[in-house]
Design a protein around this ligand. Structure first.
Ligand code: GLA
Length: 377
C-alpha cells in the first residue's frame, strides 16, 4: 500500500516556480541526503509545473524542456533514484497546466506510460484548464491510467478542495489530495488553510491524506510564493507542528541548499514527525476551552502505543493562556492515571500532570507535547 502514512518530500514550486533545471534538481537531491532530510523521512523529490516543452511532439507525447533538462527526465529520475530518493513529477487534468504547459486531458494513458518509463514514483495532478466535467471523472481517469502504466505511482491530487474532494479522493484512488487553495509565505495563509480543514480531517486515513499544501518553513519571504518577510520563526514552528498534528503530507518548499540551521532542525524534529507519521493516523480532537478565546485551540490526538499528542496553538497577535482540564478528555484525577509529558521542541521531560495543563503561549506560537498515560498510584 502506498501512503500508509502522510507522504513526505520536497517540491520545487514554492521556491523555484518555473526556474527549475537538471542541475538544480541534482543539487537538491544531493542536499536532501547530505543534510539528513532523507534519513528524517523526506523521501520524495517532486518537480512541479514548468518542466516540459510548450508543445507535445509529433506523436502527441510530452517532451522535457530541452534547455532546462537537456538529458531528458529519465536521466534526472535515475540520478534521484541513485541517491535513494523517490522521484515525483507533475501534470494537470485540463488541456494546460496552471502555468500554461501541456495538460494531460485526453492524453492520460499516454502520459501515464511516459511517467512510468521515466521512472516516476509520484504524480502531482493539478486542476487548471479543464472542461465542465466533474473532477471526479477527470481524476479517476488518470488514477486508472497510472495503475495501468505498470509502475506503482503515488497519486497526489491537487484539486484545491473543489467538489468536497475529501469525500471522494479515496474512492478515485488518490493517495493525497489538496483540500485548499495555494499557500503563500505568510501566517494568514497558514491560518486560513489549516482552519478550513479542521472538520474534514476525519477523512484522512492510511492510504489517502488531506494535503493542506506544501511547507513554507524557512522561505523567509523569498522565492516563488514568498511574501514580504514571510513568517516569524515561531509562526514557522506553529505551521510545522500543526501540519504534523493534522497528518498533512509534509512537502518541504524552501531551498534546502541554503536552509538555516533553525529551520533544518524544525524540519527534522523527530517528535513532530513521529506525530505526523503515526501509523494509526487518527485525526485530533479539538478542545476550545481557552479563556475566552475562540481563536486559540488545543488539539488532542491519539497515537499508537498508549501515547497522545497534545498541542496548544495560539494564532493570535498577543500571548494567551491556554488551559485544558483533563476531565474534558474524560480523564478524572481519581482514576490514578496521569499524563507524562515530553516537550516536542526541547525534548525535555515536562513532568506529570493528572488534572489540567495551564500554559502561556506566545503570539503566533505553539507548544506541543507527547503525553504518555502512566499509572501514578
Ligand atoms: C497550482 C497548484 C500549485 C502549483 C501551481 C503550478 O496553483 O495549486 O501547487 O502546482 O499550480 O502552476
Amino acid at each position: 500500500m502506498l501512503a500508509k502514512t502522510p507522504p513526505m518530500g520536497w517540491n520545487s514550486w514554492n521556491t523555484f516556480g518555473e526556474n527549475i533545471s537538471e542541475d538544480l534538481i541534482k543539487e537538491i537531491a544531493d542536499t536532501m541526503v547530505d543534510k539528513g532530510l532523507l534519513a528524517a523521512g523526506y523521501e520524495y523529490l517532486v518537480i512541479d509545473d514548468c518542466w516540459s516543452e510548450k508543445e507535445r511532439d509529433e506523436n502527441g507525447m510530452l517532451v522535457a524542456d530541452h534547455n532546462k533538462f537537456p538529458h531528458g527526465m529519465k536521466a534526472v529520475a535515475d540520478y534521484v533514484h541513485s541517491k535513494g530518493l523517490k522521484f515525483g513529477m507533475y501534470s494537470c487534468c485540463g488541456v494546460k497546466t496552471c502555468a500554461g504547459y501541456p495538460g494531460s486531458m485526453n492524453h492520460e494513458f499516454d502520459d501515464a506510460r511516459y511517467f512510468a518509463e521515466v521512472g516516476v514514483d509520484f504524480l502531482k495532478y493539478d486542476n487548471c484548464y479543464h472542461p465542465v466535467q466533474s473532477g471526479v471523472v477527470s481524476y479517476n481517469t488518470m488514477s486508472m491510467a497510472l495503475k495501468a502504466s505498470g509502475r506503482e505511482i503515488l497519486f497526489s491530487m491537487c484539486n484545491w478542495g473543489k467538489e468536497e474532494v475529501w469525500k471522494w479522493a479515496r474512492s478515485v484512488g488518490g493517495h493525497m489530495y489538496r483540500s485548499t487553495g495555494d499557500i503563500f509565505d505568510d501566517f494568514a495563509h497558514v491560518r486560513s488553510l489549516s482552519e478550513s480543514q479542521k472538520a474534514n480531517l476525519c477523512c484522512s486515513a492510511p492510504g489517502c491524506f488531506n494535503d493542506i499544501d506544501m511547507l513554507i518553513c524557512g522561505m523567509n519571504g523569498k522565492g516563488n510564493v514568498g511574501l514580504e518577510h514571510g513568517c516569524t520563526p515561531e509562526q514557522y514552528k506553529y505551521h510545522f507542528a500543526l501540519w504534523s498534528m493534522f497528518a498533512s503530507p509534509l512537502m518541504i518548499g524552501c531551498d534546502v541548499r541554503t536552509v538555516d540551521d533553525e529551520t533544518l532542525a524544525l524540519l527534522k524534529n523527530a517528535a513532530l514527525i513521529r506525530i505526523n507519521q503515526d501509523e494509526e493516523a487518527r485525526p485530533p480532537m479539538f478542545c476550545h476551552e481557552v479563556h475566552g478565546s475562540k481563536e486559540a485551540f488545543i488539539c488532542f490526538k491519539h497515537l499508537s502505543n498508549n501515547e497522545y499528542a497534545l498541542g496548544f496553538f495560539n494564532p493570535m497577535e498577543k500571548a494567551t493562556n491556554l488551559m485544558i482540564s483533563f476531565t474534558e478528555l474524560g480523564l478524572n484525577h481519581l482514576s490514578g492515571f496521569a499524563f507524562e509529558l515530553t516537550d516536542c521542541f526541547t525534548g525535555e521531560n515536562a513532568g506529570r500532570e493528572n488534572e489540567f495543563i495551564d500554559l502561556k503561549v506566545g503570539a503566533g506560537d505553539c507548544k506541543v507535547y507527547i503525553a504518555k498515560l502512566v499509572k501514578v498510584k
